[in-house]
Design a protein around this ligand. Structure first.
Ligand SMILES: [Zn+2]
Length: 270
């Protein structure tokens, strides 16, 4: 069996995990995964209530951690300074939760325009400033917005974190590597049409690589169409190992150590 894997990004409090199509109860699934192949999961929030739910689930499983933040498509449309301040005060209180180890997921999503770009940007930058002030790493979501995301991150050199399900270029990755950033790859690397991404994966330095499911989404080949969970993470690890001309155990070990370094945690492997 493969060395235990650390899943840097999932949403186990999502309603998909109550879908009978999962074929097993969520808590039973998590207990089995933590007993067998998964040594840790970061359960990520998308708004205040969702982040609270992420943290509450993490209270019940020792290897589960949580992240709290306001996702670009979940940003309140009110962007005046007093409503931003009020929401971020609540977020800052939530960050004191003992299982919350990062701010996220935050960023820019220009694929969906439900929240205007300037509003997304205000919330993104305000949360980066909060991260800098409280000294927590961040988990970045960036879709169809890689250039502006990189520019904003470079303008906040005091913040560190991970670009989740990274889909940008090797050039942008090399630039952000110099600013201390990590890159997490999901099941998308197994997709037939992910040729460009396949060329980016081997360029990431060993000490900046992470892996994730983004469960319940982005299920890797050969299970596309099913509800994703960490039990499928090994397919992503195997594909990454192949692309980097190494073996899956090496990928498992280095991504686990990188998660420990980025999130400031110590992961049990037995
Ligand atoms: Zn996510």
């Amino acid at each position: 069996m493969m060395r235990p894997l650390f899943d840097s990004h999932a949403h186990y409090h999502d309603s998909h995990f109550y879908d009978p199509a999962l074929g097993i109860g969520r808590d039973e699934l998590l207990s089995r995964l933590f007993a067998e192949e998964i040594c840790g999961v970061v359960n990520v929030g998308t708004d205040l209530d969702d982040s609270r739910a992420a943290a509450e689930l993490a209270e019940r499983f020792e290897p589960m951690y949580a992240a709290a933040g306001i996702y670009p498509s979940s940003c309140p449309l009110r962007d005046d300074s007093s409503s931003v301040r009020e929401t971020l005060e609540k977020l800052e209180t939530l960050l004191k939760h003992p299982k919350i180890i990062a701010i996220g997921e935050i960023g820019l999503d220009f694929h969906y325009d439900t929240v205007p770009k300037p509003v997304q940007r205000i919330w993104f930058e305000a949360q980066l400033e909060l991260a800098e002030r409280v000294g927590l790493p961040v988990i970045i979501h960036s879709r169809d917005a890689h250039g502006l995301t990189a520019e904003i991150l470079k303008n906040h050199p005091g913040v560190r974190g991970v670009l989740h399900s990274y889909s940008g270029s090797a050039e942008t990755a090399a630039e952000l590597t110099r600013f201390g950033w990590f890159f997490s790859f999901s099941g998308v690397v197994t997709f037939q049409n992910a040729k460009k991404l396949a060329s980016v994966v081997p360029t990431i330095p060993d000490d900046r690589l992470l892996i994730e499911t983004d469960a319940p989404y982005l299920t890797p080949v050969p299970f596309r169409g099913r509800i994703n969970h960490s039990g499928y993470l090994r397919y992503t690890a195997e594909q990454i190992a192949q692309l980097r001309h190494t073996d899956p155990d090496t990928v498992a070990d280095l991504t686990r150590r990188n998660a420990e370094a980025l999130f400031g945690i110590s992961v049990k492997t037995s």
